[in-house]
Design a protein around this ligand. Structure first.
Ligand code: MN
Length: 246
C-alpha cells in the first residue's frame, strides 16, 4: 500500500491529553522536525480506543512518541516513590499499545525523552522513578532554566548503532530535561549511548528501525542542525518501508 502524502511519508505523533487544561498537546517542534526531514506529521489523540489504534497503524509509515509525563510505575512492577511527578495512565496504555502495533507491523519508530521510557516499559524494561533521589551521584539531567537548545552534557555513542549512523559521530553533546531514566533495559534492546555518569541516554533494536533517545533533538535542531539526522533517518526508513509496499 502506498501511503505517502505528496511525496512525504506519514509519521504518526502521539498527542498527550492534559486533563487540567483540556488540551491535547504536541509541542510543535516535533511536527516541524518531521516536516523539515521530509515527512508528513499526523497527530494521534490519546482518546483512540485499542481497536482504533490498531486500525490507524497500518495507514502510517512511521511512529514518533514524544516527551511528556512520568510513566505509571505500576506498569513496570513498582510502587510510586515520593519524587514521582505527574502520571497519566490512559496515555501510557495508549502509547504502549501503539508501540506494540507499530513494531508488529515493522514500522520505523523514534521515541524521545518520555517516549524512550515508554518504549522500554512497553517491551518489558524498568525505570528509575527519580534520578536525584535514587542516584544522588548522577549528573544534573534536568537543565532548567538553561535554554532548551543548549547542550549541557556529553554522550558516548556505540559505534555501528543506528544512532552513530544518524549523527555520523560517537561523541556528541545533548540537552537534558529528564528526572527519570532507564534502569533495566527491555529484552532485545541494546544501549546505544550513555552519559559520563552511566545513565542510559539511548536504546535501539539494530535489526529493526526502533530507536529511543533521552534528550530533545527537536529543540536543538534550529541551533544545532546535526540533530535533524535522527528525523531524516526515521523519515527515510519510513519511505523505504512504504515504497516496499508493506
Ligand atoms: Mn541526560
Amino acid at each position: 500500500m502506498i501511503r505517502i502524502i505528496n511525496g512525504k511519508p506519514m509519521i504518526g505523533i502521539t498527542a498527550t491529553l492534559y486533563d487540567a487544561s483540556c488540551d491535547y498537546r504536541v509541542p510543535r517542534r516535533y511536527a516541524d522536525s518531521v516536516e523539515e526531514a521530509g515527512g508528513f506529521p499526523l497527530l494521534l489523540p490519546a482518546s483512540n480506543t485499542p481497536e482504533e489504534t490498531e486500525g490507524i497503524m497500518p495507514l502510517l509509515d512511521g511512529l514518533l512518541i514524544p516527551g511528556g509525563p512520568d510513566v505509571n510505575p505500576l506498569l513496570y512492577g513498582e510502587e510510586p516513590r515520593p519524587a514521582l511527578e505527574l502520571t497519566k495512565t490512559s496515555n501510557d496504555l495508549f502509547e504502549i499499545h501503539a508501540l506494540k502495533e507499530a513494531r508488529a507491523l515493522h514500522k520505523p519508530i523514534l521515541c524521545i525523552c518520555r517516549g524512550m521510557q515508554v518504549l522500554n516499559v512497553a517491551f518489558g524494561g524498568t525505570l528509575y522513578q527519580d534520578i536525584p533521589s535514587q542516584l544522588p551521584e548522577a549528573l544534573r539531567h534536568k537543565q532548567t532554566p538553561t535554554d532548551r537548545a543548549d547542550p549541557t552534557h556529553s554522550l558516548e555513542i556505540e559505534p555501528g548503532s543506528w544512532l552513530s549512523e544518524a549523527y555520523g559521530n560517537t561523541q556528541i553533546r545533548v540537552n537534558s530535561f529528564h528526572h527519570q531514566a532507564i534502569k533495566q533495559v527491555a529484552p532485545g534492546f541494546s544501549v546505544s549511548a550513555k552519559a559520563r555518569d552511566g545513565i542510559i541516554e539511548a536504546i535501539e533494536i539494530r535489526g529493526e528501525h526502533i530507536l529511543g533517545v533521552q534528550w530533545h533533538p527537536e529543540v536543538m535542531i534550529p541551533v544545532h542542525p546535526e540533530h535533524l539526522g535522527l528525523f531524516r533517518q526515521l523519515v527515510e526508513a519510513s519511505r523505504r518501508l512504504s515504497v516496499a509496499g508493506k
